[in-house]
Design a protein around this ligand. Structure first.
Ligand SMILES: C[S@@+](CC[C@H](N)C(=O)[O-])C[C@H]1O[C@@H](n2cnc3c(N)ncnc32)[C@H](O)[C@@H]1O
Length: 343
């Protein structure tokens, strides 16, 4: 309207975006959602239960109400009682099968600290483990798994997303002709579980670094999952298990184009004729205009890895360079997409 002052709504929103993230991190870390699960509570009761100041917790709770993570109702005595929303009960409770708590913890304790050095990462074009954690990142996964605790936290981060959108990527193509599947860098086995559940004739071998395999066997995949087995190794140095299909979920985004082609070429050699490779990645639009999440993830790859997020055409180029043909792309409409290519 004429005469109206310009109002930078979006810029203000972006400037303050981290306040929202930190509110969520804090409420999870303090155990707000856990405590409210199944019962409502006043700010003073919560303050007592969680060992917090009453004023502090009240501000936090009211902010969570504004973010639609909690609801507030006033009882007959005029006391405000807070309770979880349906969304918080489903995603912000540790015992929920769709819990995002471990991802939130990793975002808060690791990713957030790396992002403090985003400007340095952009200037230098490399990850920031040295500054953020004082560790050398010459070997990327040595830096990422700088302690057993950090490795388990990372595995939980990897695990949680596939409970939410694993089925979409694994059923993007009919994988039933591929009976013997290798989930390369299969980590906690969450996608392998989705795979054996969607394709009852298939067996999946999770190939990963030795300590990841051992942790996965101990803490993530039960002996009941009879169609899932494990193989320890280093995919760049060791022989790969023979398979009809190699699943590479969020693997190539860790590495440069050169290392990606090196790995794909090695897979091509081990792959049975008629077999293939399924890439699962967050695809960028061809004109680079989004999606915003994938662009942000690409910045995160800069801060945390040696790789990047890529466009479908970039993956086609890498796959073709390694010898694969019949490349098909499937956009799921969620964060992660799927690309199938054949030998
Ligand atoms: C970003 S995570 C992806 C995990 C899993 N595919 C997923 O999407 O949840 C990368 C995985 O590659 C594994 N990895 C890294 N370097 C490896 C290597 N040299 N050989 C085998 N696995 C490796 C890591 O341990 C980790 O499990």
């Amino acid at each position: 309207m004429a005469g109206e002052e310009p109002y930078p709504r979006k810029i203000l929103q972006y400037m303050e975006g981290f306040l929202v993230s930190k509110t969520l991190f804090c409420a999870c870390e303090l155990g707000v959602f856990e405590h409210l699960q199944g019962s409502q509570s006043s700010a003073s009761d919560l303050a007592l239960a969680l060992g917090c100041s009453e004023d502090g917790i009240e501000r936090l709770l009211n902010t969570c109400v504004s973010l639609e993570l909690l609801t507030a109702n006033t009882d007959a005595h005029g006391t405000v009682l807070y309770s979880n929303t349906e969304m918080s009960s489903m995603f912000l409770i540790k015992s929920s099968p769709r819990s995002l708590c471990q991802s939130i913890e990793y975002s808060s304790r690791t990713i957030y600290l790396c992002w403090h050095y985003l400007s340095d990462a952009v200037r230098e074009g490399k990850n920031q483990y040295e500054k953020a954690f004082g560790v050398n990142s010459k070997d990327l996964f040595e830096a990422m798994y700088r302690s057993d605790e950090e490795m388990v936290k990372f595995m939980h981060l990897m695990n949680s997303i596939w409970n939410i959108c694993g089925r979409d990527v694994i059923t993007a193509f009919d994988l039933s002709p591929f009976r013997c599947i290798c989930d390369l860098g299969g980590c906690s086995g969450a996608l392998a579980k989705q795979c054996v559940s969607a394709f009852p004739e298939s067996t999946v071998t999770i190939f990963d670094l030795p300590k990841v395999v051992r942790t996965s066997q101990q803490h993530f995949v039960s002996n009941q999952d009879e169609r899932i087995c494990f193989c320890e190794g280093d995919c760049f140095k060791d022989e790969l298990p023979q398979a009809d299909l190699y699943v590479l979920a969020r693997i190539l985004h860790d590495w440069t184009d050169q290392r990606s082609v090196e790995l794909l070429a090695k897979i091509y050699q081990s792959c049975r004729p008629g077999g293939g490779v399924l890439l699962v990645e967050a695809l960028l639009y061809e004109d680079n205009s989004g999606p915003l999440t994938a662009q942000l993830y690409s910045l995160n790859m800069l801060v945390q890895t040696e790789g990047r997020e890529r466009k479908a055409s970039d993956f086609s180029r890498l796959l073709s360079a390694a010898g694969f043909t019949h490349i098909q792309i499937h956009n799921t409409g969620k964060i992660y997409d799927a690309i199938l290519a054949l030998k």
